[in-house]
Write a protein that binds this ligand. Structure first.
Ligand code: 9MR
Length: 348
């Protein structure tokens, strides 16, 4: 396991649905990414758009065929689960859990504490600091409690740091102080002791002031026996910035801390229109993060933030950019898909 990922990784070739590995063996293209990942120790996952899952049979079939973990792209966020104070809407997330169970998939919960996608009633009411602390605690117990035993890994705190490594100025920092991160992990662990608890962020993949601060934060929290068990690197890259060179080094240092790691929201966007060079650079971006994951011991999952350009958040946020996923808008594999598959196959 995980031995075949040296320079030989470049020598696997996929032609007409068959991948020829450097040792000469051929693997037919019929098992999907899920089949390719089997036995590598790293699960392949995707974010799921619940509307697409309900209305697009080809999308639904692909989620079941290609992935062994699912993450709700939106339906577990606070604004979605408690749109009106005290009135919970668990239905869509329950549906995803049911879908995952019937397909033998694990669920990554996303996300308990975030500054974004908060219900409007939180921002619109003048809560005191003590009330906000109580609301956050109740929210964590309500949500992690509702899904207790059904979530493999939770993104407990999402995006709490700035690029310079300081704590992001959020409603939670202002109300609870810097200890809110430790509190959130303790509450989540009490509510669902079997879930693997992650801290999660973007621009967290390479060496930088931000990841230096995460390294220190995770180390300090663990020294205080706070149940932080995983470091999640979202993995949103854009080829126009160049691909980061020191991803493996970064993953390695968290692995050495004794926490699990995961790539949690991978996509690689580009300035449109695409061409073969951009599409190839994109494939390299997907591949370099998967390779880093497979080369360390405890990188337990690699999740793409959507697998088809048919449903994707990028064009709505970054104007003129897109095509960020491994399959095109017809759900046909792009070079990134083949790279992911070949990289997994070489690691088995
Ligand atoms: O993909 C999600 C999109 O549909 C939502 O509109 C958006 C709202 O902020 O959140 C997107 O997902 C984000 C994820 O929850 C956290 N990391 C960044 C993701 C992309 O913005």
């Amino acid at each position: 396991m995980r031995t075949g990922l040296g320079a030989a990784a470049l020598a696997a070739v996929t032609v007409l649905g068959v991948t020829v590995l450097p040792n000469g063996s051929a693997v037919a293209h019929d098992t999907g990414l899920r089949g390719a990942a089997r036995g590598t120790g790293t699960r392949i996952g995707t974010a799921v758009d619940m509307n697409a899952l309900a209305n697009d049979p080809a999308y639904k079939a692909a989620v079941a065929r290609e992935f062994d973990t699912v993450t709700p792209e939106n339906v577990m966020k606070w604004s979605e689960v408690e749109p009106t104070q005290g009135t919970y809407n668990w239905g869509p997330a329950d549906d995803l859990i049911k879908f995952a169970r019937s397909n033998g998939q694990k669920v990554r919960g996303h996300t308990l504490v975030w500054h974004s996608q908060l219900p409007s009633w939180i921002n619109e009411t003048d809560f005191t600091k003590a009330q906000l602390r109580d609301l956050l605690r109740r929210h964590i117990f309500a949500e992690a409690g509702h899904f207790k035993g059904k979530i493999w890994a939770w993104d407990v705190v999402n995006e709490p740091l700035n690029e310079d490594g300081t704590l992001r100025d959020t409603i939670w920092l202002r109300a609870l102080g810097p200890g809110y991160i430790a509190d959130a992990f303790r509450w989540a662990h009490q509510a669902d002791p079997s879930a693997i608890l992650f801290i999660n962020d973007y621009n967290a993949e390479w060496l930088s002031p931000k990841t230096d601060a995460y390294y220190k934060l995770v180390k300090d929290l663990r020294r205080q026996h706070v149940p932080v068990q995983g470091f999640g690197m979202q993995g949103h890259l854009g080829i126009q910035y160049g691909l980061p060179g020191d991803v493996l080094e970064n993953v390695k240092r968290f692995d050495a801390l004794g926490v699990k790691t995961a790539f949690t929201e991978v996509d690689v966007r580009m300035i449109l229109p695409s061409d073969q060079y951009r599409t190839q650079a994109q494939a390299e971006g997907f591949g370099l993060m998967l390779r880093a994951c497979l080369l360390v011991k405890n990188c337990i999952s690699y999740t793409v933030w959507g697998f088809t350009d048919k449903y994707n958040w990028v064009p709505g946020v970054f104007s003129g950019e897109g095509e960020a996923t491994p399959m095109d808008d017809q759900m046909q594999p792009k070079p990134a898909y083949d790279t992911l598959r070949e990289t997994f196959l070489l690691a088995r």
